[in-house]
Design a protein around this ligand. Structure first.
Ligand SMILES: Cc1cc2nc3c(=O)[nH]c(=O)nc-3n(C[C@H](O)[C@H](O)[C@H](O)COP(=O)(O)OP(=O)(O)OC[C@H]3O[C@@H](n4cnc5c(N)ncnc54)[C@H](O)[C@@H]3O)c2cc1C
Ligand code: FES
Length: 278
């Protein structure tokens, strides 16, 4: 069992959970994820590790409530326990001195890029950052990111925080004003696809963290299959970080949304309205 030590709502529909998990905290590196099972009746779901404290033996995750498992997870109170966590899984993000690096994040991705940015900075990179959300209340805390960034952009669709626009607007502006050598992005599939077009046109290295459906997270079930540079890859063991200019975006989007109506209805099916139990 893994105890939830602290739960904080950090933005609209984004909850940070600090969890006691010393074995994972001792090994985890940027870009890696865990597979967790909220309780013994649930499904295994992949969640990125957004922070860790090796001394306290804790890991931090940031969760967006979208369906049954994430609803159960974000409903846990401090002191509750998560039934199973496996990890750290996935390849560690590449860290080296790449020169000027633009890190871009949306939703939980805006937290996931922060430990990565910190390590890239320590490796000698100059960091430029951009985060986005629909409105001000969807923007996660970015003070730590700002501190290590040469420039830091916030974009909201309604202009209530930072500038008005989408993450792509920030990416285009930053690469037009600076000599960017590499872009790293953790965001929605459609935004990562859009930035891949920008990176190809500007001939800039581009790394993305893919989030296809994962089931076992260890390379055995084949659920996370995706196509990168004409080759079949399993995101859980070959990724989740890939060259975003070579991902077959059309295929990955088709595979990610096969049952939208059933997924939307899953909370109603599994949550008993009479007793509130799952
Ligand atoms: C490597 C990786 C890292 C991720 N990191 C985070 C994170 O840090 N924070 C966060 O909030 N979310 C993260 N996700 C997405 C998260 O796993 C899904 O939102 C979650 O599995 C949804 O489960 P559900 O039961 O709440 O919703 P469901 O009703 O089952 O599904 C809702 C949506 O989630 C997708 N989904 C469902 N099951 C999975 C699965 N096993 N793998 C991937 N997608 C799935 C569906 O396509 C659908 O779009 C990550 C996904 C991957 C692959
Ligand atoms: S999740 Fe099963 S092979 Fe990747």
């Amino acid at each position: 069992m893994f105890k939830v030590l602290r739960k904080t709502q950090i933005a609209d529909n984004l909850y940070r959970l600090d969890i006691e998990a010393p074995a994972i905290a001792a090994k985890v590196k940027p870009g890696q994820f865990i597979m967790l099972l909220v309780d013994d009746h649930g499904e295994r779901i992949p969640i990125t590790v957004c922070g860790w404290d090796r001394v306290l033996g804790t890991i931090s995750i940031v969760v967006s409530k979208v369906g049954t498992s994430t609803t159960k997870l974000t409903a846990l109170g401090e002191g509750s326990e998560i039934a199973h966590i496996t990890g750290p899984l996935g390849k560690v993000s590449e860290i080296s001195n790449y020169g000027n690096v633009l890190v871009a994040g949306m939703g939980y991705g805006a937290m996931a890029i922060q430990p990565l940015a910190k390590e890239l900075k320590a490796a000698g990179c100059k960091i430029y950052s951009a985060v986005s959300g629909g409105t001000k209340s969807e923007i996660v805390p970015i003070d730590a990111l700002k501190e290590i960034s040469e420039s830091s952009s916030v974009m909201t669709m309604d202009g209530t925080s930072g500038e008005t626009g989408w993450i792509t607007d920030a990416v285009e502006k930053i690469i037009s004003e600076n000599n960017i050598d590499r872009i790293i992005m953790v965001g929605s599939l459609c935004a990562m696809e859009a930035v891949s077009g920008i990176a190809k046109k500007a001939d800039i290295e581009y790394r993305v963290s893919l989030n296809p459906i994962m089931v076992d997270g260890t390379g055995m079930c084949g659920a996370c299959r995706c196509n990168v540079d004409g080759k079949t890859k399993f995101a859980c063991v070959d990724g989740p970080e890939f060259d975003g200019r070579k991902v077959d975006w059309e295929q990955i989007m088709m595979r990610r949304c096969p049952y939208p109506a059933r997924q939307a209805g899953s909370v109603d099916i599994y949550h008993c309205r009479a007793c509130g139990q799952w």
